[in-house]
Design a protein around this ligand. Sequence first.
Ligand code: NAX
Length: 328
Amino acid sequence: TKAPVNVTVTGAAGQIGYALLFRVASGQLLGPDTPVRLRLLEIPQAVKAAEGTAMELDDCAFPLLAGIDITDDANKAFAGTNIGLLVGARPRGPGMERGDLLEANGGIFKPQGEAINAGAAEDVRVLVVGNPANTNALIAQAHAPDVPASRFTAMTRLDHNRAQTQLAQKLGVGVSDIKKLTIWGNHSATQYPDIFHAEVNGKNAAESVNDQQWLADQFIPTVAKRGAAIIEARGASSAASAANAAIDHVYTWVNGTADGDWTSMGIPSDGSYGVPEGIISSFPVTCSGGEYQIVQGLEINDFSRQRIDASVAELVEERDTVRKLDLV
Ligand code: NAX
Protein backbone atom coordinates (compact mmCIF):
# COMPACT_ATOMS: atom_id res chain seq x y z
CA THR A 1 0.00 0.00 0.00
CA LYS A 2 1.01 3.61 -0.60
CA ALA A 3 2.47 5.83 2.15
CA PRO A 4 -0.06 8.24 3.62
CA VAL A 5 -0.25 11.75 2.16
CA ASN A 6 -0.19 14.51 4.78
CA VAL A 7 -3.15 16.85 4.41
CA THR A 8 -3.26 19.99 6.56
CA VAL A 9 -6.61 21.70 7.04
CA THR A 10 -6.74 25.11 8.71
CA GLY A 11 -9.96 26.36 10.26
CA ALA A 12 -10.76 22.71 10.88
CA ALA A 13 -13.42 23.48 13.49
CA GLY A 14 -15.34 25.80 11.17
CA GLN A 15 -18.37 24.94 9.07
CA ILE A 16 -16.43 24.28 5.86
CA GLY A 17 -13.98 22.19 7.89
CA TYR A 18 -16.86 20.07 9.14
CA ALA A 19 -18.06 19.44 5.58
CA LEU A 20 -14.56 18.91 4.22
CA LEU A 21 -12.74 16.63 6.63
CA PHE A 22 -15.02 13.62 6.26
CA ARG A 23 -14.65 13.71 2.50
CA VAL A 24 -10.88 13.99 2.69
CA ALA A 25 -10.71 11.11 5.17
CA SER A 26 -12.98 8.93 3.05
CA GLY A 27 -10.64 9.22 0.07
CA GLN A 28 -12.48 11.71 -2.10
CA LEU A 29 -9.64 14.23 -2.16
CA LEU A 30 -6.92 12.00 -3.58
CA GLY A 31 -8.73 8.86 -4.66
CA PRO A 32 -9.53 5.44 -3.22
CA ASP A 33 -5.94 4.13 -3.18
CA THR A 34 -4.30 6.91 -1.19
CA PRO A 35 -4.26 6.88 2.63
CA VAL A 36 -4.27 10.31 4.28
CA ARG A 37 -2.91 11.65 7.56
CA LEU A 38 -4.83 14.72 8.68
CA ARG A 39 -3.27 17.71 10.41
CA LEU A 40 -5.83 20.10 11.84
CA LEU A 41 -4.78 23.67 12.58
CA GLU A 42 -7.01 25.87 14.70
CA ILE A 43 -6.76 28.88 16.97
CA PRO A 44 -6.39 27.91 20.66
CA GLN A 45 -10.06 28.64 21.50
CA ALA A 46 -11.24 26.26 18.80
CA VAL A 47 -8.85 23.35 19.39
CA LYS A 48 -11.40 21.62 21.60
CA ALA A 49 -14.06 21.80 18.90
CA ALA A 50 -11.53 20.40 16.40
CA GLU A 51 -10.93 17.54 18.83
CA GLY A 52 -14.65 16.86 18.76
CA THR A 53 -14.60 16.65 14.97
CA ALA A 54 -11.60 14.33 15.21
CA MET A 55 -13.59 12.06 17.55
CA GLU A 56 -16.28 11.81 14.90
CA LEU A 57 -13.67 11.11 12.21
CA ASP A 58 -12.40 8.26 14.39
CA ASP A 59 -15.95 7.02 14.73
CA CYS A 60 -16.27 6.70 10.96
CA ALA A 61 -13.50 4.06 10.92
CA PHE A 62 -12.38 5.27 7.50
CA PRO A 63 -9.95 2.67 6.12
CA LEU A 64 -7.85 5.36 4.41
CA LEU A 65 -7.43 7.58 7.49
CA ALA A 66 -3.94 6.93 8.85
CA GLY A 67 -4.10 9.39 11.75
CA ILE A 68 -5.13 12.84 12.96
CA ASP A 69 -2.98 15.48 14.65
CA ILE A 70 -4.51 18.64 16.09
CA THR A 71 -2.52 21.75 16.88
CA ASP A 72 -2.62 25.52 17.23
CA ASP A 73 0.99 25.78 16.02
CA ALA A 74 1.35 26.48 12.28
CA ASN A 75 4.88 25.05 12.19
CA LYS A 76 3.66 21.72 13.52
CA ALA A 77 0.61 21.74 11.27
CA PHE A 78 2.64 22.23 8.09
CA ALA A 79 5.71 20.09 8.91
CA GLY A 80 5.97 17.54 6.11
CA THR A 81 2.64 18.48 4.62
CA ASN A 82 1.88 17.53 1.02
CA ILE A 83 -1.49 19.26 0.63
CA GLY A 84 -2.48 22.42 2.51
CA LEU A 85 -6.13 23.40 2.55
CA LEU A 86 -6.13 26.91 4.00
CA VAL A 87 -9.72 27.43 5.04
CA GLY A 88 -9.46 29.41 8.29
CA ALA A 89 -9.50 33.18 7.78
CA ARG A 90 -10.59 36.35 9.46
CA PRO A 91 -14.12 37.33 8.40
CA ARG A 92 -15.04 40.94 7.78
CA GLY A 93 -16.41 42.45 10.99
CA PRO A 94 -18.92 45.32 11.23
CA GLY A 95 -17.41 48.59 9.98
CA MET A 96 -14.22 46.88 8.84
CA GLU A 97 -12.61 48.46 5.77
CA ARG A 98 -10.99 46.33 3.10
CA GLY A 99 -7.54 47.46 4.28
CA ASP A 100 -8.31 46.29 7.84
CA LEU A 101 -9.55 42.97 6.50
CA LEU A 102 -6.41 42.44 4.45
CA GLU A 103 -4.22 43.39 7.39
CA ALA A 104 -6.02 40.99 9.75
CA ASN A 105 -5.65 38.18 7.22
CA GLY A 106 -2.00 39.07 6.73
CA GLY A 107 -1.60 38.13 10.38
CA ILE A 108 -2.83 34.64 9.49
CA PHE A 109 -1.45 33.95 6.01
CA LYS A 110 2.05 35.41 6.52
CA PRO A 111 2.98 33.02 9.36
CA GLN A 112 1.30 30.14 7.54
CA GLY A 113 3.35 30.90 4.41
CA GLU A 114 6.48 30.98 6.56
CA ALA A 115 5.59 27.67 8.17
CA ILE A 116 5.00 26.08 4.75
CA ASN A 117 8.35 27.43 3.58
CA ALA A 118 10.11 26.10 6.65
CA GLY A 119 8.70 22.63 6.87
CA ALA A 120 6.34 21.46 4.15
CA ALA A 121 7.16 18.52 1.89
CA GLU A 122 9.00 19.18 -1.37
CA ASP A 123 5.84 18.51 -3.40
CA VAL A 124 3.53 20.69 -1.27
CA ARG A 125 0.40 22.01 -2.98
CA VAL A 126 -1.67 24.74 -1.37
CA LEU A 127 -5.28 25.72 -1.89
CA VAL A 128 -6.50 28.89 -0.18
CA VAL A 129 -10.25 28.91 0.49
CA GLY A 130 -10.38 31.55 3.25
CA ASN A 131 -11.38 34.98 1.96
CA PRO A 132 -10.20 37.22 0.45
CA ALA A 133 -8.82 34.00 -1.06
CA ASN A 134 -6.74 35.33 -3.97
CA THR A 135 -4.86 37.90 -1.95
CA ASN A 136 -4.52 35.63 1.07
CA ALA A 137 -2.87 33.13 -1.28
CA LEU A 138 -0.57 35.89 -2.54
CA ILE A 139 0.46 36.75 1.04
CA ALA A 140 1.23 33.11 1.89
CA GLN A 141 3.13 32.65 -1.38
CA ALA A 142 5.21 35.77 -0.78
CA HIS A 143 6.42 34.27 2.50
CA ALA A 144 7.41 30.93 1.00
CA PRO A 145 10.26 31.91 -1.32
CA ASP A 146 11.68 28.37 -1.42
CA VAL A 147 8.43 26.86 -2.69
CA PRO A 148 7.61 27.30 -6.40
CA ALA A 149 5.01 30.09 -6.63
CA SER A 150 2.83 27.86 -8.81
CA ARG A 151 2.06 25.66 -5.78
CA PHE A 152 -0.06 28.43 -4.25
CA THR A 153 -3.59 28.54 -5.60
CA ALA A 154 -6.91 30.14 -4.64
CA MET A 155 -10.35 28.61 -4.98
CA THR A 156 -12.68 29.72 -7.77
CA ARG A 157 -13.97 26.20 -8.38
CA LEU A 158 -17.14 26.91 -6.41
CA ASP A 159 -17.85 29.79 -8.79
CA HIS A 160 -17.04 27.50 -11.72
CA ASN A 161 -19.41 24.81 -10.45
CA ARG A 162 -22.14 27.39 -9.81
CA ALA A 163 -21.78 28.71 -13.36
CA GLN A 164 -21.94 25.19 -14.76
CA THR A 165 -25.27 24.47 -13.09
CA GLN A 166 -26.79 27.86 -13.98
CA LEU A 167 -25.91 27.35 -17.64
CA ALA A 168 -27.09 23.73 -17.68
CA GLN A 169 -30.43 24.74 -16.15
CA LYS A 170 -30.88 27.57 -18.66
CA LEU A 171 -30.31 25.18 -21.58
CA GLY A 172 -32.14 22.23 -20.07
CA VAL A 173 -29.12 19.93 -20.28
CA GLY A 174 -27.11 18.00 -17.72
CA VAL A 175 -24.08 19.55 -16.04
CA SER A 176 -21.84 16.99 -17.75
CA ASP A 177 -22.93 18.32 -21.13
CA ILE A 178 -21.19 21.64 -20.34
CA LYS A 179 -17.44 21.99 -20.97
CA LYS A 180 -14.83 24.75 -21.05
CA LEU A 181 -16.43 27.30 -18.77
CA THR A 182 -14.08 29.87 -17.30
CA ILE A 183 -14.07 32.00 -14.18
CA TRP A 184 -11.69 34.93 -14.64
CA GLY A 185 -10.26 37.25 -11.99
CA ASN A 186 -11.03 37.53 -8.31
CA HIS A 187 -13.20 35.29 -6.13
CA SER A 188 -15.43 38.25 -5.33
CA ALA A 189 -18.47 39.98 -6.78
CA THR A 190 -16.27 41.26 -9.66
CA GLN A 191 -15.45 37.75 -10.91
CA TYR A 192 -16.30 37.07 -14.55
CA PRO A 193 -17.92 33.76 -15.50
CA ASP A 194 -17.24 33.43 -19.25
CA ILE A 195 -19.42 31.26 -21.50
CA PHE A 196 -18.04 32.50 -24.85
CA HIS A 197 -15.65 29.54 -25.09
CA ALA A 198 -17.88 27.09 -23.28
CA GLU A 199 -19.41 24.18 -25.15
CA VAL A 200 -22.77 22.48 -24.74
CA ASN A 201 -22.73 19.03 -26.25
CA GLY A 202 -19.99 20.28 -28.56
CA LYS A 203 -21.80 23.47 -29.64
CA ASN A 204 -20.78 26.95 -28.55
CA ALA A 205 -22.63 27.86 -25.35
CA ALA A 206 -22.99 31.59 -25.97
CA GLU A 207 -24.52 30.87 -29.40
CA SER A 208 -26.81 28.22 -27.91
CA VAL A 209 -28.02 30.69 -25.27
CA ASN A 210 -28.21 33.53 -27.79
CA ASP A 211 -29.52 35.93 -25.15
CA GLN A 212 -27.10 38.72 -24.27
CA GLN A 213 -29.55 40.17 -21.76
CA TRP A 214 -29.78 36.90 -19.82
CA LEU A 215 -26.01 36.70 -19.84
CA ALA A 216 -25.43 40.24 -18.55
CA ASP A 217 -28.44 40.66 -16.25
CA GLN A 218 -29.09 37.13 -14.99
CA PHE A 219 -26.26 34.67 -15.41
CA ILE A 220 -23.27 36.78 -14.40
CA PRO A 221 -24.87 38.40 -11.33
CA THR A 222 -26.47 35.12 -10.21
CA VAL A 223 -23.08 33.37 -10.21
CA ALA A 224 -21.19 36.32 -8.73
CA LYS A 225 -23.74 36.94 -5.94
CA ARG A 226 -24.59 33.31 -5.20
CA GLY A 227 -22.71 33.40 -1.89
CA ALA A 228 -24.93 36.22 -0.64
CA ALA A 229 -28.07 34.42 -1.88
CA ILE A 230 -27.06 31.30 0.08
CA ILE A 231 -26.58 33.35 3.26
CA GLU A 232 -29.98 34.96 2.71
CA ALA A 233 -31.71 31.60 2.26
CA ARG A 234 -29.80 29.37 4.64
CA GLY A 235 -28.91 31.85 7.34
CA ALA A 236 -25.31 30.69 7.04
CA SER A 237 -22.69 30.88 4.31
CA SER A 238 -21.98 28.14 1.77
CA ALA A 239 -20.22 25.27 3.48
CA ALA A 240 -20.90 21.89 1.90
CA SER A 241 -20.67 23.32 -1.62
CA ALA A 242 -17.46 25.14 -0.72
CA ALA A 243 -15.98 21.94 0.71
CA ASN A 244 -17.08 20.09 -2.42
CA ALA A 245 -15.32 22.65 -4.59
CA ALA A 246 -12.12 22.34 -2.54
CA ILE A 247 -12.23 18.59 -3.08
CA ASP A 248 -12.81 19.13 -6.83
CA HIS A 249 -9.98 21.66 -7.08
CA VAL A 250 -7.34 19.42 -5.54
CA TYR A 251 -8.62 16.23 -7.18
CA THR A 252 -8.46 17.86 -10.61
CA TRP A 253 -5.02 19.41 -9.93
CA VAL A 254 -3.59 16.03 -8.92
CA ASN A 255 -5.50 13.75 -11.30
CA GLY A 256 -5.92 16.00 -14.34
CA THR A 257 -8.68 17.54 -16.44
CA ALA A 258 -10.56 15.43 -18.96
CA ASP A 259 -9.61 15.64 -22.63
CA GLY A 260 -11.59 18.40 -24.29
CA ASP A 261 -12.33 20.24 -21.05
CA TRP A 262 -10.68 22.61 -18.62
CA THR A 263 -11.32 24.05 -15.17
CA SER A 264 -10.86 27.35 -13.32
CA MET A 265 -8.19 27.97 -10.68
CA GLY A 266 -6.81 31.08 -9.03
CA ILE A 267 -3.08 30.89 -9.81
CA PRO A 268 -0.09 33.25 -9.96
CA SER A 269 -0.34 35.05 -13.29
CA ASP A 270 2.47 34.67 -15.82
CA GLY A 271 1.15 37.71 -17.67
CA SER A 272 -1.21 35.73 -19.92
CA TYR A 273 -4.28 37.59 -21.21
CA GLY A 274 -2.90 40.90 -19.97
CA VAL A 275 -3.21 39.91 -16.29
CA PRO A 276 -0.22 41.46 -14.47
CA GLU A 277 2.41 38.90 -13.55
CA GLY A 278 2.42 37.70 -9.96
CA ILE A 279 -1.14 38.46 -8.84
CA ILE A 280 -3.27 35.42 -8.09
CA SER A 281 -6.10 35.51 -10.59
CA SER A 282 -8.49 32.89 -11.91
CA PHE A 283 -7.75 31.46 -15.37
CA PRO A 284 -8.92 28.58 -17.54
CA VAL A 285 -6.43 25.78 -16.89
CA THR A 286 -5.81 22.21 -17.93
CA CYS A 287 -4.16 19.86 -15.45
CA SER A 288 -1.96 16.87 -16.17
CA GLY A 289 0.64 14.99 -14.16
CA GLY A 290 0.00 17.16 -11.10
CA GLU A 291 0.74 20.41 -12.96
CA TYR A 292 -1.60 23.01 -14.41
CA GLN A 293 -1.26 25.11 -17.52
CA ILE A 294 -3.17 28.20 -18.58
CA VAL A 295 -5.25 27.57 -21.71
CA GLN A 296 -3.66 29.82 -24.32
CA GLY A 297 -4.90 31.48 -27.47
CA LEU A 298 -8.52 32.19 -26.52
CA GLU A 299 -10.00 35.15 -28.31
CA ILE A 300 -11.31 37.68 -25.81
CA ASN A 301 -14.18 39.84 -27.10
CA ASP A 302 -14.92 43.37 -25.83
CA PHE A 303 -17.66 42.19 -23.46
CA SER A 304 -15.24 39.77 -21.79
CA ARG A 305 -12.26 42.13 -21.89
CA GLN A 306 -14.07 44.81 -19.89
CA ARG A 307 -15.14 42.37 -17.23
CA ILE A 308 -11.80 40.61 -16.91
CA ASP A 309 -10.05 43.97 -16.64
CA ALA A 310 -12.43 45.16 -13.91
CA SER A 311 -11.86 42.08 -11.76
CA VAL A 312 -8.10 42.15 -12.35
CA ALA A 313 -8.05 45.86 -11.39
CA GLU A 314 -9.57 44.88 -8.04
CA LEU A 315 -6.84 42.27 -7.53
CA VAL A 316 -4.15 44.82 -8.35
CA GLU A 317 -5.69 47.18 -5.80
CA GLU A 318 -5.67 44.43 -3.17
CA ARG A 319 -2.05 43.65 -4.02
CA ASP A 320 -1.12 47.32 -3.71
CA THR A 321 -2.85 47.49 -0.32
CA VAL A 322 -0.97 44.49 1.07
CA ARG A 323 2.26 45.87 -0.42
CA LYS A 324 1.78 49.08 1.55
CA LEU A 325 1.25 46.94 4.64
CA ASP A 326 4.54 45.15 3.88
CA LEU A 327 2.70 41.82 3.59
CA VAL A 328 4.08 40.99 0.16
P1 NAX B 1 -16.10 29.50 9.98
O1 NAX B 1 -16.06 30.81 10.67
O2 NAX B 1 -17.18 28.54 10.26
O3 NAX B 1 -14.72 28.74 10.28
C1 NAX B 1 -13.48 29.36 10.18
C2 NAX B 1 -12.56 28.67 11.16
O4 NAX B 1 -11.24 29.18 10.97
C3 NAX B 1 -12.91 28.90 12.64
O5 NAX B 1 -13.05 27.66 13.29
C4 NAX B 1 -11.73 29.70 13.15
O6 NAX B 1 -11.43 29.39 14.52
C5 NAX B 1 -10.63 29.24 12.23
N1 NAX B 1 -9.46 30.12 12.18
C6 NAX B 1 -9.43 31.48 12.27
N2 NAX B 1 -8.16 31.91 12.26
C7 NAX B 1 -7.37 30.82 12.14
C8 NAX B 1 -5.97 30.63 12.10
N3 NAX B 1 -5.12 31.65 12.17
N4 NAX B 1 -5.51 29.36 11.99
C9 NAX B 1 -6.35 28.32 11.93
N5 NAX B 1 -7.69 28.44 12.00
C10 NAX B 1 -8.19 29.68 12.10
O7 NAX B 1 -15.98 29.84 8.42
P2 NAX B 1 -16.33 28.90 7.19
O8 NAX B 1 -17.75 29.05 6.83
O9 NAX B 1 -15.78 27.56 7.44
O10 NAX B 1 -15.51 29.64 6.03
C11 NAX B 1 -14.09 29.67 6.03
C12 NAX B 1 -13.58 30.64 4.99
O11 NAX B 1 -13.96 30.24 3.67
C13 NAX B 1 -14.13 32.06 5.15
O12 NAX B 1 -13.03 32.97 4.99
C14 NAX B 1 -15.08 32.20 3.98
O13 NAX B 1 -15.21 33.54 3.57
C15 NAX B 1 -14.37 31.37 2.93
N6 NAX B 1 -15.17 30.93 1.78
C16 NAX B 1 -14.55 30.88 0.57
C17 NAX B 1 -15.18 30.43 -0.57
C18 NAX B 1 -14.48 30.37 -1.88
O14 NAX B 1 -15.14 30.03 -2.87
N7 NAX B 1 -13.18 30.67 -2.02
C19 NAX B 1 -16.61 30.02 -0.52
C20 NAX B 1 -17.10 29.66 0.85
C21 NAX B 1 -16.57 30.54 1.95
O15 NAX B 1 -17.33 31.71 2.01
